[in-house]
Design a protein around this ligand. Sequence first.
Ligand SMILES: [Zn+2]
Length: 424
Amino acid sequence: MVPEPTRPYAIESIWRGEHHHFEVRFTPRFVATLVNAGGAVDLRRGELLLPGGVRRDAFGVRDDFERRTGNHAPPWLFRWPERDTFVLPRGTIEVDVEPGTTTVVLVPPRACTPIFVCLDAAYLGRPVTYDADAFSALDARVWKPEVRHLHAGVELVGLGARPLERAAAAFEAVCGRSARTCSARRTLVESRLRDVFRLSTALLEIVADGSTSSRAAVDETRRLLPGLPPTSSQPADLIDALGTLRRELAAELMPVRVTVVPSGAHFSALPEMEPLRAQVAGAPIAMDEHGAVVTSGAPLQSATVVLQGRRYVFLPAEDLDDLQLASRHELYHLLEAQLLTPAQRRRLDALHAETVANAGPFARPYGFLRQEFLPTMAEVYEGGYGHEGVDWLRRHHGDLAELLDELTGGRTAARPLRASRRRR
Ligand SMILES: [Zn+2]
């Protein structure tokens, strides 16, 4: 068919059983160019029909997607210009041509749905289930936790020796190695933080006096911030950059409380969760920095919450006694947020960007989000999908598996925890 200019056409694009609904509109210039060329549009298949029976994918990216993922590509797929991501639109897209050419371009919608492939294997972790009582505030007479020191700035709290030992072992397995090597780094971070405060004060004095005579603080700041473009050497710009660095450094030093949530209780029932209790009840929905929505149907059983300058990491006792997959997932968040070096974080940034550009494969749909990339991949590494998953990780994400070996000291093939699960 030849579309009517500017009229919105409702489209349903199906990919792996999911229905994506959006609208496509064609600009008058596009329609004129199409008519001129003697062409038409196949709305359902997202293709342009050209004379001589030639079919052309509207945005010309489906072949690339199929080559990278080995999966059939859905109609109307395109690459989001904001970011190197294969997406389907949400809302309305407008199809146009570059003036004076036949090159199809699109006016992207405000939001898109990323399309990518994931590991397709059975998850061995057993989600903790909660009854209604699990969410009501814990009785203060029951909740009198023991506090143990795990590492500089990290304490472990919970009830009973066995859950605490299991939590300490999980922390050791995921964070132990980095925690030990980062003690020296912690001292370095503290000293850099002192430099940041001293230089911020010196620069503020320059701004206040309007004097340009004191270059020492400016030069020293530039040495502390080597990534700064040469154009920004104004004291006010430098103060901003120091502020960003201060927040990054402070985050690495944030005190951490790892809490074992007692059997039968949800973490929102703990007294420290009082201010957030109402918010955590709903199903989790995450949105990335470009507005791509990724939902997870899984109930939130473990969690990390930053409250009043402290990071709380909640690990359910049931999970610690099982495969520890939810707990270890949360500990990988802690590892990345506070224990990795900036160089290790940059390696993860690059591996994530590469996976996004290749449309996967991710471990789980919400592993598409940058902050969930390491924890979800680590669940595979920890045996959450059995040997099939471990093989998949080595095959598709060899560099990441290597980084995980480096961070944790490596894993032996089989996890002995399977036995404790069967016993129940
Ligand atoms: Zn997570």
